[in-house]
Design a protein around this ligand. Structure first.
Ligand code: SF4
Ligand code: ZN
Length: 324
């Protein structure tokens, strides 16, 4: 029997990159401690922040909800709420919404649900249909642009000062390597754990950026949280999938290499000039959201698909609060 390196109880998890074995309790505590450490290391929060967590219902965001809720208890002036973006995918988001409501109710965290139709005027199903009609195979590329903006719009609408994303170590390394492969230095700079403050954006932070994906999955299992396992029907095989397989294969052979890649690329990010693409941002003529040119990428994407965006007034979201 393997024993916990911290307390001597029976161990349930071994970290190949450090050789440390942990029992259930010490494992959960270590995830919370690592998250606290990352938050402090990158000065992610102020004591009076209103943190809006982007909650998708998947293992990462549901776990982050539980960890931030535990951490937030020590900061009575802070506020935690959750935002769920319902893209409008028939038969997919209903389960995620139910799971998000269940977890938020359990922790008494208010949940705000915004949808693509209320923000953009079209559901992802309609966007996918328009994309297919014009011969584009990549629904994810449209969805990614729109989701990013929807989260910013929703975070502003609920009065948040920070937008917490549940990207884990593997997500972050994949995004940075993809930026490198595409020669996209601005993209690489934008993958930093904390983006600088830019007018019109709610500052995005990533408290899980130093935690491997499989540890978050195990945390969710240990904490007994329910999360959505069904993948989005539009998920496609992409260059990211190839990068994921490559890095995971390296990690299996050389434990800890994902951390090394992250550290090296974070140093490169530190040496890059401030995110030029975010400097001198204007307001989109159509929707008022930040834009590099006259119109933002979301409005451009909808134009490209021949879809009309709704007016610029802030969208209303559905708000759920657990009974006290
Ligand atoms: Fe959007 Fe693609 Fe993610 Fe589905 S898999 S939610 S289409 S980015
Ligand atoms: Zn716009």
């Amino acid at each position: 029997m393997r024993i916990c390196s911290s307390c001597g109880r029976e161990a349930v998890y071994q970290r190949p990159y450090s050789g440390v074995s942990l029992c259930r309790r010490c494992f959960s505590q270590s995830i919370e401690q690592q998250t606290r450490h990352t938050i402090a290391r990158f000065t992610m929060f102020r004591p009076d922040d209103h943190i809006a967590l982007a909650l998708s219902g998947g293992k990462d965001s549901v776990s982050l909800l539980h960890v931030l809720h535990a951490i937030e208890d020590a900061f009575p002036r802070s506020t935690l709420s959750a935002i769920l973006i319902d893209e409008g995918v028939e038969g997919y988001r209903a389960e995620a919404k139910a799971i998000a409501q269940e977890n938020c109710a359990r922790l008494n965290v208010p949940l705000h649900v915004y949808s693509f139709p209320t923000i953009f005027g079209s559901s992802l199903d309609e966007i996918a249909e328009a994309a297919t009609a014009r011969g584009s195979l990549s629904v994810c590329s449209y969805c990614g642009v729109l989701r990013r903006q929807a989260l910013n719009v929703a975070a502003k609408a609920v009065g948040a000062s920070k937008l917490a994303l549940a990207h884990n170590l593997n997500d972050e390394v994949q995004s940075m390597v993809l930026s490198l492969l595409r020669g996209d230095l601005a993209g690489l700079a934008r993958t930093h754990p904390v983006l600088e403050v830019v007018e019109g954006f709610v500052q995005r932070v990533k408290p899980f950026c130093r935690i491997p994906e499989r540890e978050i999955a195990f945390y969710a299992h240990v904490a007994g949280v329910r999360f959505q396992r069904t993948p989005c029907p539009y998920r496609e095989s992409s260059m990211r999938s190839d990068v994921r397989r490559f890095i995971n294969g390296l990690e299996d052979q050389h434990a800890g290499i994902t951390f090394s890649i992250a550290k090296t690329l974070n140093k490169i990010q530190g040496a890059l000039p401030a995110v030029e693409a975010l400097k001198g941002m204007r307001h989109c003529q159509r929707c008022g959201e930040p834009a590099a040119g006259m119109t933002c990428r979301a409005c451009q994407a909808l134009d490209e698909l021949g879809l009309t965006r709704l007016s610029r007034k802030p969208p209303s979201g559905a708000r759920y609060r657990a009974p006290t």
